[in-house]
Design a binder for this molecule. Structure first.
Ligand code: COI
Length: 360
């Protein structure tokens, strides 16, 4: 793999969006990172180029057999002008896990992280610093070989694009309404639910559309075999605080091992709050509610950060959690996590990775 990272300058820089109107994933910066793979050269030709449309052959295998994976991580600007990322090495590792599952050649994680840091450094002026904003980093890989036989492709492209973003669900800390899905499933054990394939998200759209038409923001997926055990939300992992203890579904091969999920578990343990990874059924969640023990429900994800859940609808049984208010633990986790990410608080786990120091 070439260790050089090329650079192609763009002539005219874009106008930056109003930070108040960022939303999620709508704006893209001036540059992107591109790398190619072929059998002769391996991953090669890393370059930072102007953000622009790309051309693909209509027979590019990604269109037909769907070898496409992605990651999501964020860069933050701290008050003293440090640009830093949050646990990026976890995303590099998960990218390779996704590659492995879809027979995409492995990438040098150290080199990719170095190239991403260089891209973020190039775009440091795009890292927003308003409360609740960050520069969302989206690496993705897809097969480009023009061929129609079903087998792993022999040519791929890796790209990294950057998007200055705010909250994923409108107002960050307003509790969201979630629909427990019983008809459709997201993932099966032995399938691809534990990695970040584009197809996982395509498969979720139908149920998502139906839930939205009923006024729900997201789906809570159950296991595909028994339609009983809670898995994840799709855009985030899920946590329940029941009688003082925080429980999250145990990774089982069909749940995405979220970086924020792992950070929440570590933070709670560090604070001495009881936390457990376990197989938990939706029935248990509703029973806890009936007993008055379901104290909080929240999601955790890179895009979603910590997102309180105010309502669950399971087959017409509707429960309102914590009076549709953000709970104490959800608020504390949100505050602590964002304070660490923004360098406002000590980082006892060494989660943040400094990229650059800019003038303030
Ligand atoms: C992320 O949290 O980074 C994700 O990839 C979830 C995506 C659906 C926005």
């Amino acid at each position: 793999m070439s260790q050089d990272i090329g650079f192609i300058q763009r002539e005219v820089l874009k106008e930056k969006p109003d930070p108040a109107s960022l939303g999620f994933g709508k704006y893209f910066t001036d540059y992107m990172l591109v790398m190619d793979y072929d059998v002769e050269n391996g991953w090669h030709a890393a370059r930072i180029t102007p953000y622009e449309p790309i051309t693909l052959d209509p027979s590019a295998m990604v269109f037909h057999y769907g070898q496409a994976i992605f990651e999501g991580l964020k860069a933050y600007r701290t008050a003293d002008g440090t640009i830093q990322m949050f646990r990026p090495e976890k995303n590099m590792k998960r990218l390779n896990d996704s590659c492995d599952r879809l027979c995409i050649p492995q990438i040098d994680e150290g080199f990719l992280l170095k190239a991403i840091k260089q891209l973020v450094l190039t775009e440091k002026d795009w890292v927003p610093n308003e409360a609740g904003t960050s520069l969302y980093v989206r690496p993705f890989i897809f097969s480009t070989e023009p061929y129609l036989g079903v087998r792993p492709a022999q040519q791929y492209k890796l790209m990294v694009i950057l998007s200055p973003s705010g909250a994923y669900y409108g107002d960050q800390l307003s509790p969201v309404k979630i629909y427990v899905e019983e008809e459709y499933v997201r993932a099966v054990i032995g399938g691809v639910g534990h990695v970040k394939t584009a197809g996982n998200y395509a498969a979720s759209l139908k149920a998502q559309e139906i839930a939205e038409s009923k006024g729900y923001a997201q789906i809570l997926w159950l296991d595909a075999k028994e339609n009983k055990y809670v898995e994840e939300v799709g855009s985030m992992n899920i946590f329940f605080k029941i009688n003082g203890e925080v429980v999250t579904p145990k990774l089982n091969g069909s749940i995405l091992p979220g970086v924020t999920r792992d950070s929440v578990i570590q933070l709670l343990a560090y604070w001495g709050v009881p936390v457990r990874e376990a197989r938990i059924s939706i029935e248990e969640v509703f029973e806890a509610y009936e007993r008055g023990e379901l104290e909080e429900v929240f999601g955790a994800g890179t895009a979603a950060v910590i997102s309180p859940v105010g309502e669950l609808n399971w087959n017409g049984r509707i429960i309102t959690i914590n009076d549709n208010q953000i709970g104490e633990i959800s608020q504390r986790l949100y505050d602590e996590m964002t304070a660490i990410q923004l360098g406002k608080k000590e980082d006892p786990f060494n989660w943040t990775v400094k990229i650059a120091q800019v003038e303030v």
